[in-house]
Design a binder for this molecule. Sequence first.
Ligand code: ZN
Ligand code: ZN
Length: 213
Amino acid sequence: MRVYLHEITEQGTELKFGQDDTWAPAAVARADEQSPQPRKGTRPLEGRIFLRKVDEVVVLDGNLRTEVELLCSRCATPFALACSPNFQTLLCRDPAMAGIAHVDKDKQGRSTGKVVGRLHGHARHAHDFEGQDQKNADLDITYLAEDWIELGDVVTEQVQLLVPFQPLCEEGCKGICANCGADLNKGRCACSKLQKNSPFSALKNLRVPASHS
Ligand SMILES: [Zn+2]
Ligand SMILES: [Zn+2]
């Protein structure tokens, strides 16, 4: 979904999208991890993006509720993680402006629409504000190489920012046995009887010759 800069006004435009707008689920799917069992059916997806122009800068506000398909880092089971990014990004065609700046806020914490702050640096990403104090938060300006904004790219990036480094199918996932490959969430394997006491007892046999005095 491409929005051309000349279509964006100072009053702004709100775009709502959902699972039936093919570009949106495709954009979320780019953040999925490759699964041997691809997801069946449609994923829940509901989002909105508000675009407005402030001088030479495009202010993009948005939020999104969806699910991303991940593989558990311990047991490799595919699972869906609820993902609801809430974001604000500044975009600009002028490379000199693409630096550190932020949208000014009034006493009620509402955006005044004025972009203030130092304009230097080369940082690329806007911050994710979910659950954070938005007051006076610095926002980077992303340089736009074209005279349009690809909303799919914005959605993919915002979902990727919320994908954990080591996703877990559930908080206490027991993983798979390193010895026999059994899924330990489904019960203990025979190996646990061999390894008395501690799951690390096998490490006793792996001791590196120590340099004692
Ligand atoms: Zn797991
Ligand atoms: Zn085992």
